[in-house]
Design a protein around this ligand. Structure first.
Ligand code: SAH
Ligand code: SF4
Length: 444
């Protein structure tokens, strides 16, 4: 770069799940290879990438608002390039609608061609608007940049796509069919991350329990976990998401035997009613779900469970909803991510009769959240006086004078301690607890 050339800055804004965050990392790395440095300052940006989510209408509305705001920025800075990528763009028929609404956008990219982003950047250099959405994915994206190195914690894709077609969900339509990465590629990526200082990995898949279904000879998620558990200097291994229908005894046994495999299961329930579960195409009953929870509790009494729940699915009666509340009280989740059903065009549930009015969905969501808040409070109160292994993550975001870290069960704790313990495993005794907060003190 000559002195006259200004350093180019990219701001990447991302919405949605960890996979979307992981994709945003890939895009940022591609732009770095193109000479851009990352920045948080929109006023200073030469390129803004908005990596999108379309799982619920509320996410889409927020993103459309952000894209609208960028129009004003572009009017002030005509040389600014704006790129919109990810799930929202990949939705069948969405591109044309989005392009009409946001003619100020320079680059549109779907989920399947992210690794070709540098090509799109080059093509837009002449001021041309560029849009490219592949209908089919590459097998897996081994040619794309891997997880960002140098961080304490990293997300590692082990598979892409989803084959489950839950009737409410847009994900299979925008992420394609399930494709597992080869174990040796995953292990190599993790070893490289560890060599660069990573201590904790989270293995990502829409349903990690069906990892390897596409392999012959057979090799499954439990086999992968066993191998990752052997990687020296890696301290912790997490994984999301576990579809309850595919949660095998072998997997629970593997975690019970593992050294670094954290005893936390994110096991989305979605609904506690068997008839709603059937309409959701979830392929399990509440009884089966409870049997999986019982197996986890039998082999891993210290395990924590978290979940996702949708209220107001079409046809959900008061009785169905009461069944969901009952499940919350039986399972004792440490946290629940709760959502109002959102109609996603093109999914089976969008055309189901019995769509629930918004005000009823809101009331159910409030009731659900208050039951879960009480559960979370009780669970954290029960931790007072006990000791937990914590991986220290660094200064707390809400109180930078304190440090923060997580238990093996993924529960956040804040404490006073020397910054040098960041990145190491320490023991904390819990001394205070609220619904969402835990305060600990270091045990010598
Ligand atoms: N593959 C993961 C997560 C998928 S999306 C899984 O199966 O658990 C994350 C969560 O968003 C889902 O678990 C579900 O609770 C919620 N979700 C998906 N589609 C939704 C919709 N149309 N309306 C409301 N919530 C939805
Ligand atoms: Fe969506 Fe169901 Fe696939 Fe999860 S398992 S991504 S909820 S279709």
């Amino acid at each position: 770069m000559t002195l006259l050339e200004k350093e180019k800055k990219v701001v990447t804004i991302t919405y949605g799940c960890q996979m979307s965050e992981r994709d945003a990392e890939t895009l940022t790395e591609i732009t770095r290879q193109e000479g851009y440095t990352s920045s948080d300052d929109l006023e200073d940006a030469d390129l803004v990438i908005v990596n999108t989510c379309c799982v619920r209408e509320s996410a889409e509305n927020k993103i459309l608002g952000k894209i609208g705001d960028l129009k004003k920025l572009k009017e002030k800075k005509p040389d600014l390039k704006i790129a919109i990528s990810g799930c929202m763009v990949q939705q069948p028929g969405a591109l044309e609608r989005l392009q009409k609404r946001a003619p100020h956008v320079d680059i549109w990219a779907g989920t399947h061609n992210l690794h070709e982003f540098s090509d799109l950047l080059h093509r837009s250099e002449t001021g041309k608007r560029v849009a490219e959405i592949w209908q089919e994915p590459h097998q897996t994206l081994e040619s794309a940049p891997l997880a960002e190195k140098g961080k304490l914690q990293a997300n590692v894709n082990i598979m892409y796509g989803c084959d489950n077609f839950c009737s409410y969900c847009i994900v299979p339509y925008v992420r394609g069919r399930e494709r597992s990465r080869q174990p040796q590629d995953i292990i190599k990526e993790i070893k490289d991350l560890v060599a660069a200082g990573c201590k904790e990995v989270t293995l990502l898949g829409q349903n990690v329990n069906s990892y390897g279904k596409d392999f012959a000879p057979s090799y499954d998620f439990a086999d992968l976990l066993q191998e990752v558990d052997q990687i020296p200097e890696l301290l912790r291994i997490r994984f999301i998401t576990s579809h309850p229908k595919d949660l095998s005894d072998k997997l629970i046994e593997t975690i019970a035997r593992g050294k670094k495999l954290c005893e936390h299961f994110h096991l989305p329930l979605q609904s506690g009613s068997n008839s709603i579960l059937r309409c959701m195409n979830r392929h399990y009953t509440r009884e089966y779900y409870l049997s999986r929870v019982a197996k986890i509790r039998e082999l891993l009494p210290q395990a924590t469970l978290t979940t996702d729940i949708i209220v107001g699915f079409p046809g959900e009666s008061e009785q169905d909803f009461a069944e969901t509340l009952k499940m919350i009280s039986s399972v004792h989740y440490s946290q629940a991510f709760t959502f109002m059903y959102s109609k996603r065009s093109g999914t089976v549930a969008a055309d189901m009769p019995g769509q629930i009015p918004l005000d009823l969905k809101k009331r159910r969501l409030q009731r659900l959240m208050s039951v879960q808040n009480e559960e979370s409070y009780q669970l954290r109160q029960g931790m007072i006086g006990k000791c937990y292994e914590i991986l220290v993550e660094g200064p707390s975001k809400t109180n930078p004078n304190r440090l923060t870290g997580r238990t093996r069960g993924n529960i956040l704790v804040v404490f006073d301690g020397p910054p040098e313990v960041t990145g190491s495993l320490i023991t904390l005794r819990i001394v205070e607890a609220g619904s969402w907060t835990l305060v600990g003190e270091m045990v010598p």
